[in-house]
Write a protein that binds this ligand. Structure first.
Ligand SMILES: *Cc1c(COP(=O)(O)O)cnc(C)c1O
Length: 415
């Protein structure tokens, strides 16, 4: 049976992708290969693998068959040419810094970012890499920040947690014209709702921990090369990684410099959990996006709620562009309660929403942003990122929609 991705839908392709290669005993799931090393009967074959003249595994830090099967799945989901998986989403983002940037390089990043990515950019600023933070909802701000040393432009599709939508297509056109690597963190949309390749992304980041794994039981991250960037234009590729065609240079360097040298490797057990979870991603997201819209609409209509930030609402500043680009508006929104309603009291009145970090889980999760995940950066920086002190982030799960709407409504009643 052939599962050509042009022929089948998203879920069909994901489910059957392991069977593209023969699996022992007709096993339907790719087995969990726990071996750290891989032996060869002919020592010359081992040498050929080390020298890149022959395909094969050598040591688990650089690759493992269970992880490779997941990498193939993500490549298909993103319609890319290659994927490298990492232990976490942050390790995938850090790999870009480790493998592709050098002292004196410049990065333009959206100011509306996942808190830990923001923190990572602050870290590298102390290591000789200059990061400019811009309002990426308008390409003009990105363009104004470019310098001759700009190597990378980094944005999230829908920003976590305030849901600003980047000017994705125009930034893609700008990066292409200037020969700059365009990195899109697709975690909040997932490859089911959006493929960044469609707006010219060079590299796509996914925190597999979130919607792709979907069950909050394994961490993982991935970096996918869409094949659109010409690595021959990139000044930071070492000669050693220029042996194959230029299309492969970037990932060859990331696999060696970031995965091998820094060692943020995804384990085979986690890869198995993430691969199984990914089979139901489309089904989960259809339910979650519909529920997120229903709960967001209910909250927006209630006078006890001051603001709701969700790209699916007509009131969202980028509602139109999100509707054009994304299959649906995502499972995450954030909102602010009216003055006088304490956000902790509200969260404690929820019966289904669990106070916890993480998102893209099967269970609905809620968190007071300024007091937790964005606490360390302080009030000034929070304000510049559009984070109100009372902001509550909601990651909608797969519970029945009516139960969720009722839970978020009843918690507005103070008693
Ligand atoms: C969670 C998240 C990450 C990091 O993923 P981890 O697996 O938790 O390291 C990166 N980007 C976004 C947008 C996220 O939501």
């Amino acid at each position: 049976m052939s599962t050509d991705k042009t022929q089948y839908g998203f879920t069909t392709t994901t489910l059957h992708s392991d069977r593209q290669k023969p699996i022992e005993h007709g096993s339907l799931h790719k087995p969990i290969h726990t071996s750290v090393t891989f032996g060869y009967n002919d020592a010359r074959d081992l040498a050929a693998v080390f020298q890149g003249r022959q395909q094969g595994y050598r040591y688990g830090r650089q690759g493992n068959p269970t992880v490779s099967a997941l990498e193939d799945k993500v490549t298909r989901m993103e319609d890319g040419i290659a994927t490298i998986c990492f232990a976490t989403g942050m390790a995938a983002i850090a790999s870009v810094v480790q493998a592709l940037l050098r002292e004196g390089d410049h990065v333009v990043s959206s100011a509306f970012l996942f808190g830990n990515t923001n923190s990572l950019w602050q870290t590298v600023a102390g290591q000789g890499i200059d990061v400019a933070f811009v309002d990426a909802t308008d390409v003009a701000h990105v363009e104004a920040a470019l310098t001759p040393a700009t190597r990378i432009v980094f944005v999230e599709t829908i920003a976590n947690p305030r849901t600003q939508v980047a000017d994705l297509a125009r930034i893609g056109a700008l990066c292409r014209a200037r020969g700059i690597v365009y990195i899109v963190d697709n975690t909040m949309t997932s490859p089911y709702l959006f493929r960044p390749k469609a707006v010219g992304a060079s590299l796509v980041v996914n925190a597999l921990t979130k919607s792709i794994g979907g069950h909050g039981n394994a961490l993982g991250g991935s970096l996918t090369d869409t094949g659109l960037y010409d690595w021959a234009q990139f000044p930071n590729i070492f000669d050693t990684y220029k042996k194959a065609a230029p299309a492969q240079w970037g990932m060859a360097q990331v696999r060696a410099k970031a995965l091998r040298d820094f060692g943020g490797t995804l384990g085979p057990e986690a890869a198995h959990h993430l691969a199984v979870g990914s089979e139901t991603m489309a089904l989960r997201l259809d339910r979650e996006c519909a529920s997120a819209l229903a709960v967001a609409r209910m909250l927006e209509a209630d006078p006890r709620v001051a603001a709701v930030h969700y790209p699916g609402l007509a009131s969202h500043p980028q509602h139109a562009i999100a509707g054009e680009l994304f299959r649906a508006f995502g499972s995450l929104f954030s909102f602010e309660l009216a003055d006088g309603i304490d956000c902790f009291d509200y969260l404690n009145r929820l019966k289904l929403g669990v106070s916890a970090s993480n998102l893209g889980d099967t269970r609905t999760l809620v968190i007071p942003v300024a007091h937790t995940i964005f606490y360390e950066m302080g009030p000034e920086r929070r304000a510049s990122m559009g984070i109100a002190e009372s902001l509550i982030r909601v990651s909608i799960g797969i519970e029945d929609t009516v139960d969720l709407v009722e839970d978020f409504r009843q918690a507005l009643d103070e008693n």
